[in-house]
Design a protein around this ligand. Structure first.
Ligand SMILES: [Zn+2]
Ligand SMILES: [Zn+2]
Length: 303
């Protein structure tokens, strides 16, 4: 909650006129206590999860198997699920997000407040926000990599992580589909960055929007050629994570959620590298023998 009753008071405290962004933040947050602003993070995640996942679900459900405009980009085109399965995945994920994510928000607020989360009128610059987001994403990727490796140990996988791997051909809604212990464990890495380098509430919200968009993208099950994430250096993307789901319990490849460098550094990309090389060789042989000309998506082979 901002300690100013009016915009005039706020500008007097700032010693200058508010920027457009500051004026918008004043109008939105002036009367809201900080803890209520923080609890809205779960609502933001739920909105992004829904808005991002629904178009992908509709695209997949409405595309006929032979649709040449969509299906060549589907990573596992032979895996077709019913609308009921999409709905079950969404509802279960949303329930978990609201109940466990909400509880986690309430429990974690005193800690994040103590660590320096702020919601004041003075907003961070674009450069400051971007620098923090890069640090947060790198830290989140690194810590998640190691927790994900633990989740793939035999006992933990069978008790917890197998739920997330129920869908061997993922789709957008799988981004949040997991055992509640999985959800709680993987929420830790996302808060390590903001704990080390505290930020403004707006940066935190933007960070969670980006994390959610990445989670939906890597589970989308589609590899669209014009996806802007292709321009992000070392970004893993849908192909990278799709392989992890396809292998399931025995996967010892592609643990990092966002970038590829951890798997490269620790040698857990070898299965994927071999898989890609095999498919490239197969595609080359097919091209030489004039087999399967046209829209050949080599990742559709060998399922
Ligand atoms: Zn996994
Ligand atoms: Zn996954």
């Amino acid at each position: 909650m901002l300690p100013y009753a009016t915009a005039v008071e706020a500008e007097a405290a700032l010693g200058r006129a508010m920027t457009v962004a500051e004026a918008a933040w004043f109008r939105y947050s002036a009367a809201l206590p900080d803890h209520l602003l923080y609890y809205q993070t779960i609502a933001i995640i739920l909105v992004i999860y829904t808005v991002g996942g629904v178009p992908l679900a509709l695209l997949e459900l409405s595309a006929p198997a032979k649709d040449v405009s969509v299906m060549p980009y589907k990573l596992q085109p032979r895996a077709r699920l019913s609308p009921a399965e999409f709905l079950r995945c969404y509802l279960e994920s949303a329930r978990l997000l609201v109940l466990h994510g909400g509880a986690l928000g309430v429990v974690s607020y005193p800690a994040v407040k103590m660590l320096g989360l702020r919601a004041g009128l003075r907003l961070p610059s674009a450069g400051e926000t971007a620098a923090r987001l890069v640090v947060y994403l790198l830290v989140q990727d690194y810590v998640t990599y190691w927790i994900h490796r633990v989740l793939h140990t035999r006992w933990v996988y069978r008790k917890v992580h197998r739920v997330h791997h129920e869908f061997t051909a993922p789709f957008g809604f799988v981004a949040q589909y997991a055992h509640w212990v999985d959800v709680l464990l993987l929420s830790v890495p996302s808060m390590v960055g903001p704990a080390i380098v505290p930020c403004h509430m707006t940066t935190l919200w933007l960070y969670f929007v980006i994390l959610q968009l990445i989670a939906i993208d890597i589970h989308s099950g589609f590899d669209f050629p014009l996806n802007p994430t292709k321009f992000i250096p070392f970004y893993g993307g849908a192909k990278f994570h799709d392989y992890h789901h396809r292998i399931g319990e025995h996967s010892q490849s592609n643990f990092a959620p966002t970038f590829t460098y951890c798997d490269y550094l620790y040698g857990t990309d070898k299965g994927y590298t071999y898989h890609k090389a095999s498919l490239a060789k197969l595609a080359k042989e097919m091209a030489e023998n004039n087999v399967g000309e046209g829209n050949v998506n080599i990742f559709n082979k060998g399922e």
